[in-house]
Ligand binder design. Structure first.
Ligand SMILES: CC(=O)SCCNC(=O)CCNC(=O)[C@H](O)C(C)(C)COP(=O)(O)OP(=O)(O)OC[C@H]1O[C@@H](n2cnc3c(N)ncnc32)[C@H](O)[C@@H]1OP(=O)(O)O
Ligand SMILES: O=C([O-])CC(=O)C(=O)O
Length: 385
């Protein structure tokens, strides 16, 4: 047997084929550049594109939105479960548990046909924002807000969370962030979902595992850490010294760097404008006198990171700031990523199952050489590996 090539972290390894997305030559979903999609489409259209392969015509979009809106409700026992979770449960952990539980209530759960997976994907697309908003309101002791049938994905989420309709500019900014978060080829959470369903497991299992992978701060969890970093600097006056000191301590500045993008992430550039505009608008509304404090702080950190590390922002960097400017609480940021990425995860699960082969790579063995077992009575104590 020949020894297969080994690449730590699978860097640069082509682990499968996809027709959903490419990061080569600028990020595109099914052939459409993300700049074009975020300028001309809504998240609902992009979710349809990812799931069905083509942008919807007006009638198809309406039918899709109607189906999704009708599925915006949770089984009563799941609401009870959300209320029964320990009070320290994070919103992302609650979401992971809820998606797993939703599998029990979905009549198509065990059906891995393409049609059933599309039906389940639409339902999860509808249910995930409801889980996030319901858990948030339960944890705060606030009354439940029922989903609206007449609002698109982003607008309905903000409505359920706050109990009031959001301003159009806020809805647009959130919507653009959802478009940019929707899909990204073989990132860790999507790959996790594909590995899971490659055993012929089911969509809910794949998405539950994907949420677990998204949680980590090297992936989706980074968007929550971004604001921790900005707040820790104290503001523009101390941002440069703080960043240099953090780098000297060999700390990672969350929101920077990327496994694939080494000269910058196109999505970060698109969302930066929305983060800045939201900061100006929302601070003005709240009567704050330094609306661009965190945007200016971010600019300084960007300059230091480029000069010291030749490292550039990824999408989480402006997304964390945008959500903060919208006065959303930090533990909601990674769940918001999930409420978008469900469209990409589901598209990949369907694509994997359309042409499935078990994903089972090899490991390079680094353990002890072959040896014989000594009878128990003859073994001395040895410290574990
Ligand atoms: C939407 C998304 O999920 S995008 C990713 C979001 N994640 C983050 O923002 C977390 C911060 N960034 C990182 O940890 C990394 O850049 C990753 C995990 C995203 C990509 O990592 P890789 O390309 O595999 O690089 P790797 O982790 O091997 O790091 C290489 C070197 O760069 C350093 N480095 C990488 N990212 C950063 C960072 N953000 N800040 C400071 N140093 C960094 C590492 O410490 C390491 O240094 P060393 O060689 O001296 O040990
Ligand atoms: O591709 C990656 O490794 C992470 C990422 O940017 C994403 O999932 O959007």
């Amino acid at each position: 047997m020949t020894t297969p090539a080994y690449s730590p972290g699978l860097e640069g390894v082509v682990a499968g084929e996809t027709a959903i997305c490419t990061v080569d030559g600028g990020l595109s979903y099914r052939g459409y550049g993300v700049g074009d999609l975020s300028a001309h489409c809504s998240f609902d259209e992009v979710a349809y594109l990812l799931l069905y392969g083509e942008l919807p015509a007006a009638g198809q979009l309406k039918e899709f939105q109607t189906r999704v809106a009708a599925a915006r409700r949770l089984p009563a026992p799941l609401k009870e479960l959300l209320a029964a979770l320990p009070k320290w449960t994070t919103p992302l952990d609650a979401l992971r548990t809820a998606v797993s539980a939703l599998g029990h209530f979905d009549q198509d759960a065990a059906d891995n046909s393409r049609d059933a997976n599309l039906r389940k994907a639409e339902r999860l697309l509808a249910q995930i924002p409801v889980v996030i908003a319901d858990h948030y309101r339960i944890a705060k002791g606030l009354p439940e807000v029922l989903a609206r049938q007449d609002l698109p994905h982003a607008a309905n989420f903000l409505y359920m969370l706050r109990g009031a309709e959001a301003a159009p500019a806020e809805v647009k900014a959130l919507d653009v962030s959802l478009i940019l978060y929707a899909e990204h080829e073989f990132n860790a959470s999507t790959f996790a979902a594909r590995v899971i369903v490659s055993t012929l497991s089911d969509l809910h299992s794949g998405v539950t595992g994907a949420i677990g992978a998204l949680k980590g701060p090297l992936h989706g969890g980074a968007n929550e850490k971004v604001m921790d970093i900005l707040l820790a600097t104290g503001g523009p006056d101390r941002a440069e010294d703080w960043t240099r000191a953090a780098l000297a301590r060999k700390e990672r500045i969350m929101g920077f760097g990327h496994r694939v993008y080494k000269t910058g992430d196109v999505r970060a550039g698109i969302l930066k404008t929305y983060a800045r505009t939201a900061a100006e608008a929302n601070a003005a509304r709240a009567g704050e006198n330094d609306p661009l404090k965190w945007e200016d702080t971010a600019d300084i950190i960007e300059r230091v990171m480029a000069a010291e590390k030749n490292m550039f922002p990824n999408l989480d960097w402006p997304a964390g700031r945008l959500y903060h400017a919208m006065k959303l609480e930090i533990p909601l940021y990674t769940p918001i990523f999930a409420m978008s990425r469900i469209s990409g995860w589901a598209a990949h699960v369907i694509e994997q199952l359309d042409n499935n082969r078990l994903i089972r790579p090899r490991a390079l063995y680094k353990g002890p050489a072959a040896r014989s077992v000594k009878p128990l009575a003859e073994r001395g104590e040895q410290s574990a590996g």
